[in-house]
Structure formats: C-alpha cells, structure tokens
Design a protein around this ligand. Structure first.
Ligand code: ATP
Length: 338
C-alpha cells in the first residue's frame, strides 16, 4: 500500500535475514545450510495504522518482528522504526515500542501481577503520574482490578494475556507488535482483547502490527493485511482483496423444511447434503444477504448460518500451491558446503 517516505513510521527496505545452520549429515560430518528466512522484504507502515501480518508457519513473520524490535540484526537491507535503526539502538527503541507474544509472557511468573507492573515502572523509568494514570486506565479497560494481587502463575490464559497487554502499554508505546494475542482464548476474552486494541488504536493513535492465525482478528481490527510466504511479501492490501485474489469461499448452511434435491442458486454451489440440511459454497466477496434472499424466495427455508473461511485456507488459495498448503513447515535452506 502506498505510504510515502515522510509518512512511514515503520520502513522496511529490501531487508534480508539469512541463518547459517549446522546440521548433522553423517557420523562426524556437519553440513552448513543457509536458511533465507526473510528475502528482500519491503513495506512501509504509517503512524496509527493497524496492519495484519500473516503467512504460513515458517514464513518469516517472527523473524521480521524480531528485526523490528532489534533482537535480530538484518543480513542486508535497511530498516527503521520511528527513524531508529532497531538493532543499533535497541534500548532507545524499547521505550517507544510494546510487544506481546501470545505464547510467552513478559510477566514475572511467581509475582503478583501488580509487582510486574511496578518493576516495569522502574525499568522503563515511567514518570510516576503517568504510570499511575496508565495503570488505572488499562486495568479498568481490561477488567483486571480484582486480579492485581494474584501471582501470574495462578491466572487463566485469558487473564494472563490481558495482563501482558497492560504490561506492553504501560509506557505509552507508539507502536505495538502483537504475535498471536488471542491464541487459546475463549470467545469472550477474544472479543474483549480485540475491543480494547481498537480503542487504544483510536484513542492514542498507536501503530499496530498484528501476527495471527485467526482471520477474525484481522477482520475485526485491520483495514490492511500483508501476506508473507518464504520470506517474501506476496500481498499487501485490504482483506477483501485477499479473498478476491485467493478466490476464497464462504459457506452458507441452510436448513430446509424437508429433504430436497440440491438447491440451485448461482454462483453458490451445493457441496454437501445431509437430510434437509445443505451446505453451499459461494465466493467470499459475494453478498450473503442477496444470496439468502434469492434462496428464501424459491425454497422453504427454516434456518441458516454463514461460515467464514479460515485464515490458512485463504492464504493457501492465494499462494496457489496446494502442496505448500499453509500450516506445513517449509524447508527453505540452501546447502553451502560442509
Ligand atoms: N534462530 C534461527 N536459526 C535458524 N533458523 C531460523 C531461526 N529462526 C528462524 N529460523 C528459520 O527461518 C524461517 C522463518 O521462521 P519464522 O520463525 O520467522 O517463521 P514464522 O512465519 O514466524 O512461523 P510461525 O508461524 O511458525 O511462527 C524458518 O524456516 C525457520 O526455521
């Protein structure tokens, strides 16, 4: 998407990351393999944007985020966040970014939640008044008041995740990297975290880069989505466009009054029939309401529901490579000698 030079808050220009990995290739032999995790990757994100960053397992998403936080140094290309080169000035950048890794916690496991926040207050040298104001606001928004004195190890996954989100935002970061922030959460906790992220983005103008395997996270939060595969950017645009490129399909499940032959309702097609229930696949870009109206006019409809495609199938269709279906680990290594 077109973000100009001046607007770019995150600026990634032909960035590469190559890992050299030694693998056992016999009794004594070790073979050196070169893994190109990120391959000439370029994109820009403007301040205040909320962007989904998705791709199959092993596509290079975490490697990108690690370079953006300064944990990893690129092998080539140029990378800036808020004008800062992350790997050179990691500490300075740390005051301006927040990170939530859904699979790991940044909180101290044995301490009550509030003690982790007090430690962050000191670590980030957050002015007292600002710390108190942020803590009150965030704890209220994420409904954590009753849990502040509970050790982190005793929190449920959803409570812990909300605790992590507060920790990432206490120092008012300008950019937030979220890696699977709703993984393993129940429907209510997911909705609460999403609602909260939308508010933070709207109120504070926080720039958000969101990695997820949950298509609904993207649908609810991001107007723009970037798809990475084998370290390369394959798509950058609205989610609807991704459905079109990938020709992804939604499913309409209809319950009829009685068993009937397969419904005829172009462009939908019946993919399964079980008694009076029929499943119809139709292009994700088509209006479900118009389709339902056409079917209701001709068939005795009792009930219906619409099922969205999952993110893996959308990406897999877009990549047009059934053998490489998203979710499968990919070997991207090149032999470089022993
Ligand atoms: N420290 C490392 N050393 C060697 N290879 C690595 C290292 N980190 C990542 N890789 C390799 O780089 C590629 C990209 O990995 P990365 O973790 O960035 O993918 P990902 O898109 O985040 O995947 P996932 O969705 O599974 O988290 C993979 O082939 C991975 O095995």
């Amino acid at each position: 998407m077109a973000v100009s030079d001046d607007e770019a808050f995150i600026d990634v220009d032909k960035v590469e990351k190559v890992f050299d990995v030694r693998r056992r290739a016999g009794f004594l032999r070790r073979e050196l393999r070169r893994v190109r995790a990120v391959d000439s990757l370029s994109f820009r994100v403007a301040r205040g944007e909320m962007v989904g960053y998705i791709g199959p397992n092993g596509a290079g998403k975490s490697t990108t985020i690690k370079m953006l936080t300064g944990i990893l140094t690129p092998s080539g290309g140029r990378l800036r966040v808020a004008g800062i080169d992350p790997s050179r000035e990691r500490t300075r950048l740390a005051h301006r970014i927040g990170v939530v890794f859904g699979q790991r916690t940044t909180l101290w496991w044995d301490l009550p939640l509030i003690d982790s926040y007090r430690l962050m207050h000191r670590m980030y040298r957050i002015p007292d008044a600002r710390y108190r104001e942020n803590l009150d606001r965030l704890v209220h928004l994420l409904d954590l008041g009753a849990l502040l004195d509970v050790p982190v190890r005793q929190l449920s996954l959803g409570q812990r995740m909300r605790g992590d989100v507060v920790a990432a935002l206490l120092h008012d970061p300008e950019v937030l990297y979220l890696d699977e922030p709703t993984i393993g959460l129940d429907v209510i906790s997911k909705a609460r975290v999403r609602e909260f992220l939308r508010e933070v983005n709207a109120e504070r103008g926080t720039t958000v880069l969101l990695t997820t395997h949950d298509l609904q996270d993207i649908e609810r939060l991001c107007s723009r989505v970037m798809v990475i595969d084998r370290g390369r950017l394959m798509y950058d645009g609205p989610l609807a466009g991704l459905h079109e490129v990938g020709e992804s399909e939604r499913t309409l499940v209809v319950d009829l009054e009685r068993e009937l032959p397969p419904i005829e309702a172009e462009p939908a097609r019946v993919v399964r029939v079980e008694g009076p229930r029929q499943w119809l696949a139709f292009p994700a870009g088509e209006s479900a309401a118009a389709l339902v109206a056409r079917i209701a006019a001709r068939y005795p409809l009792v009930d219906l529901s619409v099922r969205e495609p999952d993110i893996e199938s959308v990406i897999a269709r877009m990549l047009h490579a059934p053998g490489d279906a998203a979710g499968l680990p990919q070997d991207r290594s090149e032999g470089v000698g022993s």
